[in-house]
Design a binder for this molecule. Structure first.
Ligand code: UD1
Length: 415
């Protein structure tokens, strides 16, 4: 088991080239199953979740190469439609293979991904959508979806779930006729998935809006596509600089995706200058508390940046209020932040953070990906040595977080 050992108190300065987006690349890799040709995908981050997804693709019969941030998937031969349980358990987002495998082979067998650290995470909306497209779903121990002749239809989502929107889009690409998804998720990763699907000949329109329309096509073709940059990783690096009173230049980003985070960091006293693909943040010596952070679907404040922003507010001047509306169990970092000296009270989905002048290093445990990143950031600001256990959670979603922070002047080592 490895841990990060951080000696806090160093001001971070420098530039970071932000990696490709985890939450975009996973559904894109799943989508390659639809293509009977070769998909070349660029700007793929080196993350454990990516490796797991590639293992799953191999187990289905795809030939996969991964070198220098480029993945080549040849899906001309799909030899299995069963997703191995051991890999499903490693990565919840394997559920996004339901749609494409069903579309390509007419049948999928998989295990229920179960709950996870940040909440129950049901898949009822995914399955409801697939059923509307004509799939038969049987859930006895395993999930078995059958649907040789998926047919386009209108689907109104009860909630704009990111995963359900993706799964339905993916199942609809090769279905007969037109599918309309209403109350679809509007996240940039959905737009990226549409971009990838259309690059291999699909006809998907409207991603980024409430309504997505998919005209089914018979066959797709080989393609080359570059994955968008990771807006959550970008936000994390901004907050890392902010919490240490530092400065950072982010390169290779889509500023448009970051406005909700930029707005809160400006409210806390940071100066942020942007052009469309670069950003410069200059933090004050001590951040100011923000009034309220309420997590919401895009373009609201992302739940995936809530823990990191909370870490920053622990030493800000004043009191901040957080309301987590997306996941019911996404405050598991709070007990750990309290070990570092934070003053936080929680009542259900509301957390009140009273800024303290300083945090002090301690041994803490990352219990999930973004909560783990928050603890690393808090460690950068804390006096003395902070050790963060559970690095495997953090590695699922950040490409070389430790090295990037070290290059900016952090005293951080992986032990
Ligand atoms: C994706 C992201 C995750 C992010 C989340 C919200 C990936 C791989 N993961 O997760 O990092 O935090 O979006 O931005 O892209 N829900 C249901 N039934 C369903 C599906 C979801 O009730 O069938 C609920 C969930 O429990 C949750 C809410 O909807 O409360 C949002 O979930 P969803 O948007 O589906 O998130 P994910 O796709 O799982």
């Amino acid at each position: 088991m490895s841990l990060y050992r951080i000696t806090g108190g160093h001001r971070l300065t420098g530039s970071i080239k932000v990696e490709g987006a985890k939450n975009a690349v996973l559904p894109i890799l799943a989508a390659t199953v639809l293509n009977e040709g070769e998909s070349v995908i660029e700007n793929v981050p080196a993350l454990n979740d990516v490796v797991t997804m590639l293992e799953i693709l191999k187990s289905l019969g795809c030939r996969v190469k991964y070198q220098d941030k480029t993945v080549v998937v040849d899906s001309s031969n799909i030899t299995s439609n069963e997703i191995p349980t051991v890999l499903v358990k490693q990565m919840r987002s394997s559920i996004v293979l339901l749609g494409p495998l069903l579309g390509r082979t007419g049948k999928v067998i998989t295990s229920y991904p179960g709950g996870c650290a940040i909440g129950v995470r049901p898949i009822d909306l995914h399955l409801k959508g697939l059923r509307k497209l004509g799939a038969k779903v049987d859930m006895h121990g395993q999930i078995i979806c059958k649907g040789e002749n998926l047919t386009g239809t209108e689907i109104q989502l009860d909630y704009p779930s990111v995963g359900a929107t993706e799964n339905i889009m993916l199942a609809a690409v090769l279905a007969k006729g037109e599918t309309i998804i209403r109350n679809a998720a509007k996240e940039p990763e959905i737009v990226d998935l549409q971009g990838f699907l259309n690059s291999m000949g699909a006809k998907v329109y409207g991603a980024g809006n409430h309504v997505i329309r998919i005209e089914g096509v018979k066959k797709l073709h080989s393609c080359r596509y570059t994955v968008m940059t990771d807006r959550i990783a970008a936000g994390t690096y901004m907050i890392a600089a902010a919490i240490t009173g530092g400065e950072v230049n982010l390169e290779n980003i889509v500023v448009e995706h970051l406005h909700s985070i930029i707005d809160k960091l400006r409210e806390s006293g940071c100066i942020i200058r942007t052009n469309c693909s670069n950003l410069r943040l200059i933090a004050p010596e001590r951040l100011r508390a923000v009034d309220l952070i309420r997590t919401l679907p895009y373009p609201g404040f992302p739940t995936d940046a809530q823990p990191q922003m909370m870490a920053a507010m622990c030493t800000a001047q004043g009191t901040s209020i957080f309301v987590e509306t997306i996941f019911e169990n996404r405050y598991r970092h709070i007990d750990e932040l309290i070990k570092l000296g934070a003053d936080i009270k929680v009542d259900g989905r509301i957390a009140v953070i009273r800024g303290v002048p300083r945090l002090s290093g301690a041994l803490v445990t990352a219990k999930d990906l973004r909560g783990g990143a928050a603890l690393v950031l808090a460690g950068l600001a804390a006096e003395g040595v902070t050790e963060v256990e559970g690095v495997e959670h953090i590695d699922r979603g950040y490409e070389n977080l430790g090295r990037k922070l070290k290059n900016m002047g952090a005293d951080i080592i992986m032990v």
